[in-house]
Design a protein around this ligand. Structure first.
Ligand SMILES: C[S@@+](CC[C@H](N)C(=O)[O-])C[C@H]1O[C@@H](n2cnc3c(N)ncnc32)[C@H](O)[C@@H]1O
Length: 256
């Protein structure tokens, strides 16, 4: 367990009506000046329309309806990371499709022969994802599976070269802090040796800095446990990149 720094600005949101922990949806881009500057620089690059148009439309929809998406800075980061491979990854897994935003960023970083499998538990979101993925022209490369990742992933036979794990959030795992660890085990099992595991929301909007205490909700404890396990995992070499809400970039060691 890493030593926690107790900052003055963080707070845990407790809803008054049912007493359950309510943590906010992480914005697509944080409002700090440097993130805003990085975003402006990103928007200066030549447009890859119509994909950029589709992404902008999705960003607006997500902001309006409170759908959590990784946002443009992290999306571009993920695209860049998978483009850095000398031999492009052939099999990519996107856990937590939502409306297909991260799947589109992944797809635009890959050649047409690569295949993305994306898993989403909410059928309405999965349907919207199919729509946007088709609009972006990636319907032949992205397969959206509807269901619970804990049920669907064990039915898949092959491993993946890259996995984006975007359901580690407190809001999906409720009060069971162990579920994030179970999903980590599953991801490591399904990653080829030398493969890359990406994970969103390392920071949980700063909540991870809380010292363990009875006031810290189980959801936050789950993220802290996930982070500690990723950081010290014998099969992974990992770094937490402080972009937006924090992005885990892990490589599965080749000797495992
Ligand atoms: C943060 S959103 C994903 C955002 C997406 N990666 C993006 O940036 O465009 C997480 C999604 O995971 C889905 N989800 C939550 N628990 C799940 C589970 N057990 N299996 C599959 N999907 C799940 C939620 O419905 C939600 O749409």
């Amino acid at each position: 367990m890493v030593q926690k720094i107790q900052p003055a600005h963080i707070n845990i949101h407790q809803s008054s009506d049912n007493g359950r922990c309510v943590l906010p949806i992480v914005p697509q881009t944080l409002s700090d000046p440097l993130s805003q500057y990085a975003l402006q620089l990103l928007h200066m690059r030549p447009s890859e329309s119509p994909v950029d148009d589709v992404l902008r439309e999705m960003e607006k929809l997500a902001a309006r309806d409170g759908i959590p998406i990784i946002g443009p800075l992290e999306g571009a980061m993920i695209q860049m990371l998978i483009q850095l491979y000398q031999t492009p990854p052939r099999r990519v897994l996107d856990i937590g499709t939502a409306i297909g935003y991260s799947a589109i960023w992944l797809a635009r970083g890959l050649p047409p022969e690569s295949q993305i499998t994306s898993i989403e538990i909410d059928p309405e979101r999965a349907e919207m994802a199919q729509h946007f993925i088709s609009q972006a022209g990636y319907q032949d490369r992205v397969r959206v599976l509807v269901g619970d990742v804990f049920e669907l992933l064990p039915k898949i036979e092959n491993q993946f070269d890259v996995i984006l794990q975007d359901v580690i959030k407190h809001i999906y795992f409720g009060a069971d802090s162990q579920l994030s660890l179970k999903l980590l085990d599953l991801c490591v099992e399904y990653l080829v040796a030398g493969g890359v595991l990406l994970g969103d929301n390392v920071f949980c909007m700063g909540e991870v800095l809380h010292e363990p205490s009875e006031q810290v909700p189980e959801q936050v404890i789950g993220i802290q446990a996930y982070n500690d396990r990723v950081a010290s995992h014998p099969q992974l070499q990992s770094i937490a990149i402080p972009i937006r809400d924090g992005l885990w970039v892990s490589r599965k060691r080749a000797n495992h």
